[in-house]
Design a protein around this ligand. Structure first.
Ligand SMILES: CC(C)(COP(=O)(O)OP(=O)(O)OC[C@H]1O[C@@H](n2cnc3c(N)ncnc32)[C@H](O)[C@@H]1OP(=O)(O)O)[C@@H](O)C(=O)NCCC(=O)NCCS
Length: 182
């Protein structure tokens, strides 16, 4: 899904550009995901597991642009990729066509500047454009910042998967399923 480029202001007054990533930026996009995965355990993959080949990432970027039921959106400050959100329909099957989901990653230096709120609002708008009726997500039970943000944006706890994530130190985290109607 094509996103009309937009400039937004973060809480500290910094200008931030929102636009689709380009195929030629596949390596930049992977490097961003790898950085965030190294800063927190809150993403699905550990840093060393973010090994998507650039050609595959370029294909993902292209398909997201061409496809009406997903969107990749990236946030840039002075041409540096600092955050991203991916939203897609949960399934093309008719029984699940009304459901959308998203994943978000922002580099630590830019946390608490309001970007998460902005990106999720754009994802909610995109999901409405897809004709979806509800947005869903999964979040680590110990991700207080993310859970507070989702609650602020109207998401409620819809369920949980016990011990969904096993960390390197041997501890387990539950996955909290949250959702809201669109
Ligand atoms: C979670 C994440 C997307 C939030 O983005 P962000 O840009 O920091 O979010 P915002 O600044 O818009 O909002 C954060 C809110 O949480 C609040 N907050 C921050 N830390 C908090 C904490 N420990 N407990 C409760 N609330 C907290 C902030 O005050 C803010 O609320 P406000 O807008 O009412 O002031 C971002 O931190 C991130 O990408 N983290 C790493 C990856 C990740 O966790 N992804 C989510 C996977 S489900």
């Amino acid at each position: 899904m094509y996103y009309n480029e937009k400039t937004v202001l973060l809480k500290n007054g910094t200008e931030c550009t929102l636009r689709n990533p380009r195929e030629s930026e596949a390596e930049t996009y992977i490097a961003h995901l790898r950085r965030v995965a190294g800063e927190t355990h809150f993403l699905a993959r550990y840093e060393e597991e973010v090994v998507t080949p650039p050609e595959r990432q370029a294909q993902i970027i292209r398909e997201a642009l061409e496809c009406d039921d997903r969107m990749l959106l990236a946030a840039w400050i002075n041409d540096k990729l600092i955050g991203s959100i991916g939203v897609n329909r949960v399934s093309p099957h008719s029984k699940m066509q009304h459901r959308a989901q998203f994943g978000i990653s922002i580099e630590q230096e830019y946390w608490n500047a309001g970007l998460g709120t902005i990106l999720i609002e754009e994802a909610l708008a995109a999901a409405r454009n897809m004709g979806c009726e509800q947005m869903e997500l999964g979040v680590y039970s110990d991700n207080e910042r993310a859970r507070a943000l989702y609650r602020k944006l109207g998401f409620e706890k819809w369920g949980a998967i016990r011990n969904a994530y096993r960390l390197k130190d041997g501890t387990y985290c539950d996955e909290i399923i949250m959702g809201r109607r669109l």
